[in-house]
Design a protein around this ligand. Structure first.
Ligand SMILES: [Zn+2]
Length: 304
């Protein structure tokens, strides 16, 4: 029940309990042991051995580190705690708490975040146990890493994540774009979008209304233009929808004139679609001088 205590136990069938104290450290080296931190703050439970159990109960900022096999680490009703398990066939569970992290390195192990919120479960397994453990990590909606760097969005559904989209060079002089890493059927939601709302129109903004523009340098602000786009960006519901079947590795394309009254910069299109307009403007502006010149040259080529 005190604070700043250290308990070091070496042996079998041992028990260490840190109850109602703060900043305690328990080292347990041996098999079939048990370490428990209850209602404390900043406790560190370190277990090396097999068949051990470590439990954090109603505590906060606690850490459980387990090195060994067939161990169980449980974080129950705690917050900001970490379970770090290295070994095989271990179980790490953060249940009913908030902002907890469970990390397992090993095979045949299970990490679960239970019913808490903002918890993270990460499983690293580099052998044939991956198939067994990975789906549980993938099924956790908080385990995917967002493209967006903003804090506080972790609980939002369907924001673009790095396992589904890549912002990268898309080739043919088109610069940076966004590639889908998975297949998306026509009509499906591609992603919800976010960003900074600004009064200024820019190269990577999308028009929300006449006075507001969405600046998103991580996802939708880098969609490539096409006159036959495969996505539609809806800026009243902040969602991107698939207009066509999108294959794995396809570049996401939108029609800039579908959202912009006036473009930050008009440009010659190289989308190569049969209905390409040639020179791209916003939906409420006329061709600038370069555009007029381009269209005159294009028409004269057609009449030759
Ligand atoms: Zn085009």
């Amino acid at each position: 029940m005190g604070s700043d205590n250290t308990a070091t136990v070496t042996g079998l069938d041992s028990t260490v309990i840190a109850e109602r104290g703060d900043a305690n450290t328990a080292y347990l080296q041996g098999d079939r042991g048990s370490v428990t931190a209850t209602v404390g703050d900043r406790n560190d439970l370190h277990v090396i051995g097999a068949d051990d159990t470590a439990v954090i109960h109603h505590a906060s900022n606690a850490t459980i580190r387990i090195e060994g096999d067939a161990n169980t680490a449980t974080n129950e009703d705690s917050s900001h705690s970490t379970l770090d398990v290295t070994g095989d066939t271990n179980t790490a569970e953060a249940s009913f708490g908030e902002s907890n992290t469970a990390i397992i390195t090993g095979a045949g192990s299970t990490a679960s975040t239970g019913k808490g919120s903002f918890n993270t479960a990460t499983i690293t397994a580099n052998n044939n146990a991956t198939d067994e453990s990975a789906p549980r990590a993938a099924a956790n909606k908080f385990s995917a890493v967002l493209l967006y760097p903003f804090k506080g969005l972790e609980g939002e559904h369907n924001l673009p994540t790095r396992d589904k989209f890549a912002k990268e060079e898309v080739g043919e002089g088109r610069g940076l774009g966004v590639r889908s890493l998975t297949a998306i059927p026509s009509g499906d939601l591609v992603a919800c979008i976010s960003g900074i709302v600004t009064h200024q129109r820019g190269l990577h903004t999308l028009q929300i209304n006449q006075h507001a523009h969405l600046l998103d340098l991580d996802f939708v602000g880098f969609l490539t233009h096409s006159c036959s786009p495969n996505v539609r960006v809806c800026l009243s519901e902040f969602k991107v929808w698939a207009l066509a079947d999108i294959g794995e590795g396809d570049v996401l394309t939108m029609d800039y004139a579908s959202t912009e009254d006036v473009l930050f910069r008009q440009f010659e299109c190289c989308c190569t679609s049969p209905n390409c307009r040639g020179w791209i403007t916003g939906r409420r502006e006329t061709l600038n001088l370069a555009g007029q010149d381009f269209m005159r040259r294009r028409e004269s080529l057609h009449t030759l």
